[in-house]
Write a protein that binds this ligand. Sequence first.
Ligand SMILES: NC(=O)c1ccc[n+]([C@@H]2O[C@H](COP(=O)([O-])OP(=O)(O)OC[C@H]3O[C@@H](n4cnc5c(N)ncnc54)[C@H](O)[C@@H]3O)[C@@H](O)[C@H]2O)c1
Length: 433
Amino acid sequence: MRIVMIGAGYVGLVSAACFADFGHDVTCVDKDSNKIAALNQYRIPIFEPDLDKLVESGINSGRLRFGVDLSDISNADAVFIAVGTPSRRGDGHADLSYVHAAAREIAGLLEGFTLIVTKSTVPVGTGDEVERIIQETNPAADFAVVANPEFLREGAAIRDFQHPDRIVVGTEDERARKVMGRIYRPLYLNQAPILYTSRRTAELIKYAANAFLATKITFINEIADLAERVGANVQDVARGIGLDNRIGAKFLHAGPGYGGSCFPKDTRALSKTALDFGVQLRVVEATLTVNEIRKRTMSRKVAGALDHDIRGKTIAVLGLTFKPDTDDMREAPSIALIAGLLDFGAKVRAHDPVGMEQAKKELSDIEYCDDPYACARGADALVIVTEWRQFRALDLERIRTDMATPIIVDLRNIYRPEDVRSAGFKYESIGRQ
Ligand SMILES: NC(=O)c1ccc[n+]([C@@H]2O[C@H](COP(=O)([O-])OP(=O)(O)OC[C@H]3O[C@@H](n4cnc5c(N)ncnc54)[C@H](O)[C@@H]3O)[C@@H](O)[C@H]2O)c1
């Protein structure tokens, strides 16, 4: 199939490279000419494990091209829209301006029957609006608009794309079903279930999935707070409930609150969409509020570990990205934590294995260190914020002798309390004694 992918971000780039790997002919287009120039020189503008190899083999096979020009649309069987849908400033609705602009740009270039596929996460009704824009811009166009939300996780994006739990295709158009079936045929042969639904249902599935996962995380975070008070261990609680198949073990890791490019904006957008339709999603609203407060509360937890004597103290932060194996800093819990620490008058230095370039755009008033040991040297407390593998087996002896005071606050529970305490540290974690 001939595919045009609009947007070369985390989703567009991974999808384009994977579709080319399936054997399709793919042109990936982005407005950002620097991104495209880098990609044409085999340089990947984001950090995503193994994406470099897949892009390189796609380019070398002749099946993957990058450009800023949309002219390949005239020959395409399907045009995927994978542009950003960030929170709209002010009201938290999804900002659909990039999606609508892409629809307008596509419209005039369509020739022959073409699918327009929204891969971006878009609120219910966006497919109808994309259809309206294209019809209005080019009344002669022969097309169908399909919702095909993406569920990949940054850090495991290629595996998730190639081995999805499910593929959701929202369309009631027979021709569209056939084209989508051919596009995903290689995965279907690998037994990935394709779920055909109405377009609005597909749009809602994506938000419902993210809201549910965000709620699950928030639930265990609140249980962690209670576990701390009553002398229980949240990890054992999570295991104890997660072994129940109706609950499941995933997304039950207590931590500093969820962040990232999807959960915060998608939970906000879902609750706004619901209100537009006269429905109040109270559980989702509670999740949003609890999570925002939690992210900010983490700085108080660190201050508490220093008996609130934090002004002028140096805090070493390990991990800045919202999760390991990505350089994505969008709404990372580290941002609220560090803002809180700076407000308390602390000095902050930080290390992240791949996220420091991105972090510098968000966090300018801190010192960046090349490795965890340099970060810990002379610090009054060490805070583990992102559970990078590199932080799981630190040389605690070396860190203790280098720090001004041996205090570790582990917001991801990656160490066993007894191990860290027997290494001579004061140790605090989440939902454990
Ligand atoms: N990041 C994830 O893990 C993830 C997972 C599932 C779904 N999603 C959804 O996928 C969508 C994209 O997310 P992302 O993280 O890849 O975003 P991103 O910001 O990394 O990338 C979007 C890209 O689109 C480009 N762009 C915007 N308008 C354009 C236009 N008119 N023409 C060409 N290029 C244009 C931008 O320059 C940018 O490179 C969002 O709706 C997001 O919610 C993201």
